[in-house]
Design a protein around this ligand. Structure first.
Ligand code: ADP
Ligand code: MG
Length: 256
C-alpha cells in the first residue's frame, strides 16, 4: 500500500505552562477523510495548527508527501496543505471573489495578477460551496453560514494535496453541512476535518480521531472509534447510540 500522504507522530505542544497536546499520532491516506472530534478544549484546533505547519510541536514530527512540514518554505507548505482556521479573520470590505483568490497566492509569482486558471479555480470553488451568485458581494454583507462557505471556497481554491479544516461545518445548516462532506468525497479530497456533529463524524468519514484532554482516545473507523463507551469517556456524558431504521446513519443522544 502507498505511504500515507500525512504522517504525524508523537506530537506534543504546550501554550506556556498549559499542555494542549500530548503524544498524538495520526496518518491520513490519499483520498481519505479523517474526522477529528472531542470536547471543547481537547486540543483539536491546536492539532490542526501543527498539521498545517503553523505551530512547531515541542516533540514529534509532521510529514506531508514524504517531507517535513516544518522544513519547507511558506509557499511550498501552502501548496501542500490548505488550512481553514476555526475563526477566519477577513476585512469586511473584501469581496467574496477577492477572498477566494487569496487561496491562489501560493501559486502566483511575485505580484502577478490572477491568471485565467486562478479565476477558473476560484469560480469552481464558489460553485462547489454553492455561492457563485455571491462572488461580488462584500464578505461583511454575508450571513454566518455564507461566510463560512466563502472561507471554505478560499481553501478549496488553494488546490493543495491535503486540506485541514477546523470546524468547516460550523454555522452551516443541515443540508449544507452534509452536502459539504458528500462533495469532498465526490472530489476524492484528502482532508482532516474537525467536526462537533457526531452524526456527521459517524456517517461521512473513513476514520475518526477522538481527542480528550490533549490525548488520543481512539483513532479508527467511526463505528469502532465512536461508541457509547468512548463518547462517554471523552465527553463525560452518558449517551445512546442511535441508528436509522435502514442502519445507514448513526447519531448520539444524551441518556438523561
Ligand atoms: P479545541 O479546538 O479542541 O476546543 P484548542 O486546541 O483550541 O481546543 O485548545 C486546547 C487547549 O489549549 C485549551 O485548554 C485552550 O484553552 C488552550 N489554548 C488554545 N489556544 C491557546 C492560546 N493561544 N494560548 C493559550 N492557551 C491556548
Ligand atoms: Mg477548536
Amino acid at each position: 500500500m502507498a505511504e500515507p500522504l500525512l504522517i504525524a507522530e508523537g506530537l506534543s505542544f504546550s501554550y506556556g505552562e498549559r499542555c494542549a497536546l500530548q503524544d498524538v499520532a495520526l496518518d491520513v491516506r490519499e483520498n481519505e477523510l479523517v474526522a477529528i472530534v472531542g470536547p471543547n478544549g481537547s486540543g483539536k484546533s491546536t492539532l490542526c495548527r501543527l498539521l498545517a505547519g503553523l505551530r512547531v510541536p515541542s516533540t514529534g514530527s509532521v510529514q506531508v508527501a514524504g517531507s517535513d512540514i516544518f522544513r519547507t518554505t511558506a509557499r511550498e507548505r501552502a501548496r501542500r496543505v490548505a488550512y481553514l482556521p476555526q475563526d477566519l479573520q477577513v476585512p469586511f470590505e473584501t469581496s467574496v471573489l477577492e477572498l477566494v483568490l487569496l487561496g491562489r497566492l501560493s501559486w502566483q509569482e511575485g505580484l502577478a495578477l490572477a491568471t485565467d486558471d486562478d479565476l477558473a479555480r476560484a469560480n469552481r470553488a464558489l460553485e462547489f460551496v454553492g455561492i457563485a451568485d455571491l462572488a461580488a458581494r462584500p464578505y461583511g454583507a454575508l450571513s454566518g453560514g455564507e461566510r463560512r462557505r466563502a472561507a471554505i471556497a478560499m481553501v478549496l481554491a488553494q488546490s493543495a494535496r491535503l486540506m485541514v479544516l477546523d470546524e468547516p461545518a460550523n454555522a452551516l445548516d443541515l443540508r449544507h453541512a452534509w452536502d459539504l462532506l458528500a462533495r469532498l468525497r465526490e472530489q476524492q479530497a484528502t482532508a482532516v476535518v474537525v467536526v462537533h456533529d457526531l452524526a456527521l463524524a459517524s456517517s461521512c468519514f473513513d476514520r475518526a480521531l477522538l481527542l480528550a484532554k490533549g490525548r488520543v482516545v481512539t483513532f479508527d473507523a467511526p463505528q469502532i472509534a465512536l461508541t457509547e463507551a468512548t463518547i462517554e469517556a471523552a465527553y463525560g456524558i452518558a449517551v445512546h447510540r442511535v441508528t436509522t431504521a435502514d442502519g445507514g446513519r448513526v447519531g448520539f443522544l444524551p441518556r438523561a
